[in-house]
Design a protein around this ligand. Structure first.
Ligand code: DGY
Length: 321
């Protein structure tokens, strides 16, 4: 039997990829930096049976359609907006993702940003590093305390509820909005307040985004939404960049119409508007939500195992379509 071809679009942490390479049922190609510059070329050239892809690999209908042998795309991410899932479904190509294993790591990063912005952590650190600390002062880097404040979670899935848990531990009141409202019993058990979207945006002290990206959600937080936020509010985005209209946010931050913002994701990732980096009331991270040694290895294991599952006729653990 000839080996099935698997294209892994980048070397992955952990040991599962090494194990896969030794499996005689598969011929594994791992792209290096040069190869990554032309993913469409690699896909059409190899015509793989399976692809293990990164969230930054655009796998649209043209790319997917260039590989007639393709049976599965395993996305090395929980989000999968980089893949044309409708086309994949139509063609009978399975798509899988890596939920659960990255929930806590990503919620930790969201909370790191909440603390950094509310207590002006990185602004203060930059001040220290620049040698500007001249002694304790009553008003040096006054931030906002979280206790008793409303943490608004937009999108109450696994990561959203993990951020809520952290917020509760900091004495915050939790409100949420999600496409599907939770059962009352769960809201009561978790002391959760459900708010319509416009009220969540307008009444949160910290608004943290945890919904998946779909084109309909593009610029959900734009000029109109930003105008309704409290002047003391903080916006956190660890989900997907295009949920926020970055140009409108820049204006709001520059004019101090909100207190600050923290980002792990960007509208035109990996490009970041240089103006964003000059604002003191912004904390920025390079999309490291899931970047712990343990999590990234677990994601690799999930993605590879699900790719193998589909190629061997088994049901993958995390099928999206
Ligand atoms: C994901 O998995 O979608 C995250 O953005 C990765 O950090």
């Amino acid at each position: 039997m000839t080996a099935q071809r698997i294209l892994v679009t980048c070397d992955l942490p952990g040991d599962r990829l090494a194990t896969l390479k030794k499996d005689p049922r598969f011929a594994v190609t791992v792209l290096d930096d040069a190869g990554r510059r032309d993913i469409p070329g690699a896909v059409s050239g190899l015509d793989p049976h399976g692809i293990v892809a990164l969230l930054s690999d655009t796998l649209d209908a043209r790319v997917l359609g260039s590989a007639p042998a393709l049976k599965v795309v395993s996305n090395y991410a929980v989000g999968y907006n980089n893949i044309d899932t409708a086309f994949a479904k139509e063609q009978g190509i399975a798509v899988t993702n890596t939920p659960d294993v990255l929930t806590d790591a990503t919620a930790d990063i969201a909370f790191l940003l909440i603390l950094a912005v509310s207590r002006r952590g990185w602004e203060a650190e930059n001040f220290m590093r620049a040698g500007k600390f001249g002694g304790w002062l009553p008003d040096l880097f006054l931030g906002i305390g979280l206790q008793g404040k409303r943490l608004g979670i937009l999108g109450y899935g696994r990561i959203g509820s993990a951020v809520a848990r952290r917020g509760r531990a900091f004495g915050m009141r939790i409100a949420y909005h999600a496409r599907n409202r939770l059962p009352h019993a769960r809201e009561a058990a978790e002391a959760l307040e459900y708010l319509p979207l416009d009220r969540l945006i307008a009444e949160s002290d910290v608004l943290s985004l945890h919904m998946p990206y779909t084109p309909a959600a593009r610029h959900l937080i734009g000029a109109a939404a930003l105008a309704t936020m409290k002047p003391t509010a903080i916006l956190i985005n660890t989900a997907r960049g295009p949920l926020v209209d970055e140009a409108a946010l820049l204006v709001a931050l520059r004019e101090r119409r909100i207190f600050g913002a923290g980002f792990d994701v960007y509208e035109h990732e990996p490009k970041v508007d240089p103006a964003l980096l000059t604002l003191p009331n912004v904390s920025v991270l390079p999309h490291i939500g899931s970047a712990t040694i343990e999590t990234r290895a677990a994601m690799a294991a999930l993605a590879i195992d699900d790719c193998v599952a589909v190629l061997t006729g088994a049901e993958p653990r995390n099928r999206v379509v």
